[in-house]
Design a protein around this ligand. Structure first.
Ligand code: FE2
Length: 316
């Protein structure tokens, strides 16, 4: 692995660029040991995130569940106040918990970490990437010893940076249609965030990375994965972004409705002309919905974030 020593994210540029949002890869980073991610600081951070008056997401910016599970199990959503996550972090060693703090970049110190990571990503991938990005986010995962994170899909292009403890991630190639059938993706993008179904018969096809502090893994969109923490507390930072372009997501959404109407849809990529028609129609429908609701396509906070990152990366 290579690149300048003042960077947080370090990776061989060819590997980084060629596999970006295509295939998983490993990289190294310089955040291990950063005091911002010590458990006592994370308790303070969780208090701020859990009590936000205007969270980014309607369900709040904290999520957690507890109890031991297997990769194919969906954890029960706890019926507890979001502030319970703060107590769970205090006793994380025995809580059997998995805690998510979302949008930590809204807090001082963590914003600089996210923006410096994105600066590095832009330096490695090329500045043209910035124009395609709608929104950047930093998420923290705090996990009890030996806890499994269930098999799932994510909507973002992610880089996960291991900060404390060892754990392993099992990733699957999204091009393998036995593992990731189109119908599953259609349901995921349209109706059910938990649509990904673990298929233990294909576990041998998983790409397994052993993560330790100072290492990281890139996760492309639509690449399912599950994780197993070792016998230690784990703290992981997820740096991610969403694209402006919803072309592929909208194809899955359009195909979801076509299938429900009894029509067998062409999978995305098989018929470019039909893809364009479906995606254009679906995108227009979504834009009309946004306009009726009076929501801007790009929130002011995202525009400001994009401006700061462009400045940091020397792009304006
Ligand atoms: Fe994930």
């Amino acid at each position: 692995m290579s690149v300048a020593s003042d960077c947080i994210i370090q990776c061989e540029p060819g590997v980084f660029t060629q596999n970006l949002n295509r295939l998983p890869y490993e990289f190294s980073h310089a955040l291990a040991g950063n005091p911002l991610f010590e458990l006592s600081r994370l308790v303070d951070l969780a208090e701020k995130v859990a009590t936000r008056i205007t969270p980014h997401l309607a369900g709040g910016d904290v999520y957690f569940n507890d109890g031991l599970i297997e990769p194919g199990q969906k954890p029960v959503r706890p019926d507890l106040a979001r502030t319970a996550a703060v107590d769970l972090i205090r006793k994380i060693d025995s809580a059997q918990a998995w805690i998510i703090l979302k949008h930590v970049e809204r807090e001082p110190g963590y914003r600089e970490v996210l923006e410096n990571c994105i600066r590095d990503i832009l330096q490695l991938s090329g500045p043209q990437l910035l124009r395609k990005i709608k929104w950047f986010e930093a998420i923290l995962f705090i996990t009890s010893p030996n806890r499994v994170t269930e098999y799932h899909l994510d909507r973002e292009v992610s880089w996960i940076l291991q900060l404390q403890g060892d754990k392993e991630i099992h990733l699957f190639d999204r091009a393998d249609k036995e593992i990731v059938p189109d119908q599953e993706l259609e349901t995921y993008w349209t109706a059910d965030n938990r649509a990904a179904r673990y298929k233990p018969e294909y576990e041998a096809r998983a790409i397994v990375y052993h993560m330790r502090p100072g290492t990281g893994v890139h996760i492309p969109i639509n690449s399912p994965h599950w994780l197993r923490n070792k016998n230690n507390i784990s703290v992981t930072l997820n740096v991610n972004f969403q694209f402006h372009d919803q072309h592929w997501a909208n194809l899955y959404r359009a195909n979801y409705y076509l299938r429900r109407a009894g029509i067998m849809p062409h999978p995305p990529g098989a018929h470019p002309v039909s893809d364009r028609l479906k995606s254009t129609a679906y995108t227009a429908m979504q834009m009309a919905k946004q306009a009726v609701k009076g929501r801007p396509l790009i929130p002011a906070e995202a525009r400001e974030q994009n401006r700061r990152i462009a400045q940091l990366a020397g792009l304006r």
